[in-house]
Design a protein around this ligand. Sequence first.
Ligand SMILES: [Mn+2]
Length: 267
Amino acid sequence: MMNFRIPLEHGIDFVGDVHACYDELIEGMERLGYQKQVDGTYVHPNQRKILFLGDMMSRGPYSLRVMRLVMDLVKNNLAYAIDGNHNWKIARYLMGRNVKMAHGDERFVEELKLYEKENGKQKTEAFKEEMKEFLLSLPSHYIITDKGKDVAVAVHAGIRDQDIGKDSPAIRSFTRYGDTAGLDEKGKPIRRDWTIHHHNDLLIIWGHDPSPSAKVINNTINLDQGCVFGGRLTFLRYPEMEIVQVDAKENYANDQEHPISKHFGRV
Ligand SMILES: [Mn+2]
């Protein structure tokens, strides 16, 4: 049985979908006070931890660097990470499943090819194995506890109140993709708004669905401000409820039609 509960302890810094935006991630972590160590990890002097809200890779330029850092942080008990739709896609790809690498996942494959050229097959296979095991170990969501009381939930795309603390294939699908209602005429998933149904007093912190600012509805907060589309990478310092944002250096996804690129004038 999965243990969904993690303690708040000295505070948690939540970060929305990084999507391989390594430079913005580092800039944000440094602004939050994390300090680079000789082994390449980052440690906070007040023992705060980072929680990655899923979709750390794909679409952007540095999937492998981000994955190396996230795995090292989690391994050293300095961070947490949860599942996401791209995480799951990459996990299945690394398992050798026949998956179509598109919607930015092809950039992960390109990086792997380059990595193999530079580092050889053996090192690449070991890295792939490590990423696969890591991605398959990620929980669908976490419940943050403060002095034994549940206070917040971290999830990638959404969760129903009655599913908090539970797991099933249907719940996994909801936490990865949200409340979807098939595809529109362009083949993009139609997303229903699950936040309007959230009524308990847990703060739900999520990403996945890029909005121009950290959107607050019914005690939910969305931290995906589309950094990879030229928006911002958002961190939430909890329990302080302080938002820290890093402007994207580029519109990495180069999607001229994306509403976030248009909103930030990055087309
Ligand atoms: Mn996502």
